[in-house]
Design a protein around this ligand. Structure first.
Ligand code: HEC
Length: 189
């Protein structure tokens, strides 16, 4: 049995060398860069068109963004504002607590935990300026950001942005009850 074992010992480095060679071949293999030409296809294009029925993975308002900043305002604003309702305000309250409360505070006074730790304070929602701000503009601020506030289009859907706008109005009225407590079970989700 001894000679056989020695043969195995030889085989191992051979296999390892084989691996290295294969991986180099993979790195150096011939390939086409995107959007170059190729004689291999009738249309001379190396980049092949998607097969019929292909569904784009990223599309809609946030498809073109690279850092959370969405498409131009008028494109995003195309999502219609739903009529005000208890359900809408509840949804807005829930989303507000997730995305806005850390800076704007539970009552929208601009005194959230993040601000208490040094982030610039946002203006209070109940102030005259934001009371006079049209719904569509609040909606756009949520999706596109404003000044030092970053955009939320990559995590808040247009429908939820309208829900948050409805809840901002609740905060502005200073009403503690209308649409106040989101169901603890998350039933509005
Ligand atoms: C990281 C902290 C932070 C978060 C989170 C945040 N904001 Fe703001 N927000 C700010 C700051 C700071 C300003 C003031 C921006 C400025 O003037 O530079 C602001 C301004 C605003 C304004 C006024 C904009 C204007 O043009 O007058 C609105 C409305 C607003 N935020 C709504 C929201 C809503 C709704 C959410 C949740 C979806 C949210 N913000 C999340 C920090 C934040």
């Amino acid at each position: 049995m001894k000679p056989r074992r020695r043969w195995h010992a030889l085989l191992l480095p051979l296999l390892a060398a084989g691996c290295t060679r294969v991986s180099n071949d993979m790195a150096d293999q011939p390939r086409y860069d995107p959007a170059t030409s190729s004689p291999a296809f009738a249309d001379q294009q190396a980049t092949r068109p998607p097969v019929p029925g292909t569904v784009a993975h990223a599309r809609g308002d946030v498809a073109a963004m690279s850092s959370g900043r969405a498409a131009p305002t008028d494109e995003v604003a195309a999502a219609a504002q739903p009529p005000d309702s208890e359900g809408l305000r509840l949804r807005g309250h829930e989303r507000y607590e997730i995305y806005c409360l850390p800076c704007h505070g539970a009552r929208g006074a601009g005194d959230g935990e993040v601000v208490r730790r040094g982030f610039p304070a946002p203006p209070p929602f109940a102030g005259a300026a934001l009371r006079a701000t049209p719904d569509a503009q609040l909606y756009a601020v949520i999706l596109h950001g404003s000044g030092r506030m970053y955009p939320f289009a990559d995590r808040v859907s247009p429908a939820d942005a309208w829900a948050i706008v409805a809840y901002l109005r609740v905060l502005q009225r200073g009403s503690a009850t209308a649409g106040a407590a989101p169901p603890a079970t998350g039933a509005s989700r």
